[in-house]
Design a binder for this molecule. Structure first.
Ligand code: FAD
Length: 504
């Protein structure tokens, strides 16, 4: 068979962090045939190098990934010490002591063809309500510490939300490894010291390990982390730096024991030079500080974090450095980069694992043969760039609108002109509460609304289409909806009760 048009028979995944094992497991699942794996998959990783060892919070699509792998949620929850996540509580991003909630759900039903949030904007403009959180079921549920999966009946208030998981990333990779190896993926332990490229095409032909073994493949998936061993060091894909919009460039992660029952949400607390996360799992709490090294030194950042954690740390601080941005080409030649090798956006909205998952789906959709049709590569790179740029805008929004008066970081973020694509959203939201969604948006209108209104940005008016009914009637309807939500939430079990059976 002609080499250039033959099928890809061997895939090498370089790296065994979250990205590597997600890719290996998903590819193995996709290429499983009655006779075994249709493609030979080898994963190379080095225990001496290790993984970043963080990445604990997710967004709802993670559940589709778990299903696609054929993993039962019970199994996943047990094996990764997971808790449910209904959204993120943002503290101190607005006025000192203030907070708001980005819940995974909408602000009520569609009424006369218009999203209920538009009626709430009308009430707000008329001074009839303070905020919109009482109409977010996941926010009310999370603050009450209650949880149950949504019901299927679309007429029930308890169908208007979704949920994700908070879990131990190390345990997740371990579970995926068992699954992938069970499907026939081969694991190769060892440090890669050289990358062999084809002299004519520049394609990667093999990676060489320090003991001189070689792993050859037709397609290489670079999951080697920040270093981008293949995509950057060999293929020179280039990097687009976004740190002028997102200046944080360091993080410290520090787990501790839980001092209270696990809540079904992540907390993101703004600090003078960045923000700190708190992610409750079944067996511990993940904490971390994402900060700008231009605005605080490493020791002061650690001291600040230590001052916030609720109990003595369970491990040494894990220090990480990064440059926010994206690889210019995430697929170049026969190398596709996933995870940290493809770029980095800080975990403010817990999006990295979701980006990995979507990239794997895209790769399976556009899976090449050995001809590596440039049209497939162009489409993959185009869609990947759009997706990550939309998330970048969403994250920049938090910084740009934050109202903190302490620290130069916040002034700098307020004064830096946002990307044009974001500016358009901000202007339209201020005008009448619309959020123009572009192609490949990960976050829907209600998510953007949570952040805008949480940071004190309200539309000057609602769309005129919600101006038909008497204001008093709209107010009564709003009160009814809020009451329905309160009652529905009161009927739910405590989150800790739902997860008691899984406690490790
Ligand atoms: P890594 O974990 O770095 O794995 C790289 C792999 O490559 C390792 O197995 C390593 O051994 C191997 N390797 C490298 N070089 C070689 C070599 N020469 N030879 C052999 N093997 C090699 N994501 C979320 O979705 N939610 C979060 O809450 C979240 N929080 C985060 C917080 C911080 C501070 C950071 C930095 C990231 C966070 N992320 C989060 C992102 C998440 O951690 C990563 O997306 C995820 O862990 C994927 O990492 P990775 O597999 O790409 O890289």
């Amino acid at each position: 068979m002609d080499q250039a048009s033959g099928e890809v028979r061997r895939v090498a995944v370089v790296g065994g962090g979250t990205a590597g094992w997600m890719a290996a497991a998903a590819l193995a699942r996709a290429f499983t045939r009655p006779s075994g794996l249709a493609v030979e998959i080898t994963l190379v990783e080095s225990e001496s190098i290790g993984t970043v060892g963080v990445g604990e919070a997710t967004i709802p699509p993670i559940r589709q990934f778990i299903r696609m792998l054929g993993l039962a949620e019970d199994d996943f929850i047990r094996s990764t010490a997971a808790t449910a996540k209904l959204g993120i509580c943002f503290k101190d991003w607005g006025a000192p002591g203030s907070d708001y909630f980005h819940g995974f759900g909408d602000y009520g039903p569609t009424v006369a063809g218009q999203a209920w949030r538009q009626y709430l904007f009308r009430l707000k403009a008329a001074g009839r309500i303070e905020g919109i959180e009482p109409w977010s079921l996941p926010a009310v549920m999370a603050r009450a510490g209650r949880f149950a999966p949504p019901v299927d009946d679309p007429r029930s208030a308890l169908s208007h939300y979704s949920y994700a998981f908070q879990f131990d990333a190390g345990l997740f990779a371990r579970r995926l490894r068992t699954l992938a190896e069970g499907l026939g993926v081969m694991r190769c332990e060892g440090r890669i010291v050289d990358v062999v490229q084809h002299p004519d095409t520049g394609h990667v032909a093999a990676v060489r390990l320090e003991d001189d073994r070689q792993v050859e493949a037709d397609l290489f998936i670079d999951c080697s982390g920040f270093r981008g061993l293949l995509i950057e060091q060999s293929m020179k894909a280039g990097y687009e730096d976004w740190s002028h919009w997102l200046p944080c460039d360091r993080a410290i992660a520090l787990p501790c024991a839980a001092a209270r029952p696990a809540e079904p949400f992540t907390t993101a607390r703004a600090r003078s030079a960045g923000w700190q996360w708190r992610i409750p799992l079944q067996h511990r709490v993940g904490n971390g500080y994402v900060y700008s090294s231009a605005h605080i030194d490493d020791q002061a950042a650690l001291d600040d974090l230590l001052g916030q954690v609720e109990s003595p740390p369970l491990a040494e601080p894990n220090r990480l450095r990064f440059v926010t941005g994206r690889r210019r080409e995430v697929w170049k030649g026969n190398v596709v980069a996933l995870g940290l090798a493809s770029g980095f956006l800080e975990p403010l909205e817990s999006t990295s694992i979701s980006l990995i998952q979507n990239a794997i789906g895209r790769l399976l959709q556009l899976f090449p043969d050995r001809g590596f049709d440039p049209a497939l590569i162009r489409e993959y790179n185009r869609a990947s760039a759009l997706e990550v740029e939309r998330i970048r805008d969403f994250i920049v929004l938090h910084y740009h609108l934050a109202q903190r008066a302490d620290g130069d970081l916040w002034r700098q973020c307020r004064e830096t002109t946002p990307p044009d694509s974001l500016m358009h959203k901000i202007e339209l939201f201020r005008a009448q509460g619309d959020v123009p969604l572009l192609e490949d948006e990960s976050f829907r209108e209600d998510s953007w609304t949570a952040v805008f209104t949480g940071l004190g940005v309200w539309p000057r008016r609602a769309t005129p289409l919600v101006g038909v009914d008497e204001l008093d009637d709209v107010e009564r309807q709003a009160a009814r909806f809020a009451e329905l939500i309160r009652q529905a939430v009161a009927s739910l079990p405590a989150h800790s009760e739902h997860f008691t059976g899984y406690a490790r």
